[in-house]
Design a binder for this molecule. Structure first.
Ligand code: XIL
Length: 464
């Protein structure tokens, strides 16, 4: 049985949660004074000092694979929260973790990661729905028609549980063979359902969560070769037939036997030219020192050179927790010191190594934020408003925004924020959702009675 998530912290927010009365200006007859007409970003004078902030300035995310069992380690969580604005659960969303026996779903470890990330305003990549590996034995034992319904049910249940939380899903992972054949890899799905299983998985995924980007993800497809050609032809075919696919993930696990290909950028670009986003999904590069740093810089520059390369995820935080720890393939050493590879990645993103406004003891500038208003719902007598707060290039720990409401209107509830009022002006301050990674967003909502116009006026966002 699926257990629908009950969130302790309201990512989606409903008027029912934490009703706070903030009736405003009910007796005032003065006309509304129009203040700021739009969100006013505050500017920061210096280049970004973290991976997430620097990537955000390039319109990208910079993520890390995260393991739930390390989140309790203070330095692990601090490094994650400071540097990254996207996470991928390393193992916790795989089939064996979430549906170990048929129809019995267990989301608690993955929820831990999603709740941590969402609480910090980070994005989450979903990994992965249909894969031959880390697949429980019961799946491989099914006949074709049972397997088809088990696959579709798995996709539906898992995506429904995380609906609204996941920006991109790896719908199908590693379905092609290595080597020159360009053939599909043997797997229970391929062997019993044939080539059509991939398309079916994507159609089921789209029907379940139309807002999530749907990716095909694989390795050894980073340069132009027989395997990437086979994936390319599949994506081209999907696009031409209207099979829903939005992105292709390039795992990018590199080592001396499988170095960063010289045509990496060109390969990303040819996929982008098919009309899909591309993402670097599991980056790690074995090595050390300057050689490793140069490779990391090259990978980041390749992504930035492709406008549809929307983000980079490294496959872990410190080397000691890498799945290939002996190759020291990550950006932080075992003590969470930044390696030369970190500096290279950050400079390639346009950030400034050495400058870290979030490091304790450093003066640092106050963070900046922006606030943007949308009407979420409206009816004859009122509306629900939503204000999205986005941190600037440094992390922030609290925010506050002024909203000017027409005197004919009353705010009857506010959620995911703490209101106080002064005449027609309502100030909403962060509660649990004050802490935002660079470039990360959160939102608060409110219900207004007394008509639908004029819309509230949003003042400047103030952060600390
Ligand atoms: C790896 C994890 O990092 C390991 O902890 C686990 O034991 C095996 O899987 N391709 C993928 C990832 O898509 O899910 C894999 O992650 C690495 C290769």
């Amino acid at each position: 049985m699926i257990r629908k998530r009950t969130r302790t912290r309201g990512g989606g927010g409903t008027p029912a949660r934490g009703r706070l009365r903030a009736a405003l200006g009910a007796t005032t007859t003065a006309l509304l004074t129009v203040t700021a007409l739009a969100a006013l970003p505050q500017t920061t004078a210096h280049a970004a000092g973290t991976l997430g902030a620097a990537a955000a300035e390039q319109g990208r995310y910079f993520g890390a694979a995260v393991a739930a069992n390390h989140l309790g380690e203070a330095q692990y969580a601090a490094t994650l929260d400071r540097e990254f604005n996207s996470v991928t659960p390393e193992n916790e969303m795989k089939w064996d973790a979430v549906e170990p026996s048929r129809g019995s779903f267990s989301f608690s470890r993955a929820d831990q990661i999603v709740d941590h990330a969402r609480g910090k305003g980070m994005k989450v990549r979903g990994h992965t729905l249909v894969w031959h590996s880390q697949l429980p034995g019961w799946v491989s034992g099914l006949g074709a028609s049972d397997l088809r319904s088990a696959m579709n049910n798995h996709i539906t249940q898992v995506m429904t549980h995380y609906k609204g939380d996941i920006h991109s899903w790896d719908v199908v992972n590693e379905a092609f063979q290595d080597g020159g054949s360009g053939a599909r890899r043997s797997s229970p799905f391929q062997d019993r359902l044939g080539d059509g299983f991939i398309e079916e998985a994507f159609r089921t995924a789209r029907a379940t969560d139309p807002a999530a980007k749907l990716c095909y993800n694989d390795y050894n497809t980073d340069g132009v070769n027989a395997k990437s050609n086979a994936v390319y032809n599949m994506v081209k075919d999907f696009k031409s037939r209207g099979v829903p696919i939005d992105c292709v993930g390039f795992q990018s696990h590199f080592n001396p036997n499988s170095p960063v290909p010289s045509d990496y950028r060109a390969n990303l670009q040819r996929f982008a030219d098919l009309g899909v986003d591309v993402q670097i999904t599991e980056l790690d590069i074995e090595g050390s020192g300057q050689a490793q740093a140069t490779n990391y810089g090259n990978v980041v520059r390749a992504c930035l050179a492709v406008s549809r390369c929307t983000g980079i995820t490294v496959w872990g935080i410190p080397d000691k927790y890498s799945w290939r720890s002996s190759g020291t393939p990550l950006l932080f050493d075992d003590n969470y010191n930044k390696k030369p590879a970190y500096d290279a990645a950050l400079s390639a993103l346009g950030g400034t190594p050495g400058e870290d406004p979030e490091e304790p003891g450093e003066p640092g500038e106050p963070g900046a934020c922006t606030a943007a208003y949308t009407t979420a719902e409206q009816w004859s007598g009122g509306y629900n408003g939503k204000v999205t707060i986005t941190a600037g290039s440094t992390a922030i720990s609290s925010w506050s925004v002024n909203l000017t409401i027409a005197s004919s209107q009353q705010v009857v509830s506010v959620w995911n924020g703490s209101p106080s009022t002064n005449g027609n002006v309502m100030t909403v301050r962060s509660t649990w959702n004050g802490s935002l990674a660079p470039g990360a967003s959160t939102s608060f909502g409110f219900t207004v009675n007394g008509g639908t116009t004029p819309a509230p006026q949003v003042g400047t966002c103030t952060a600390s």
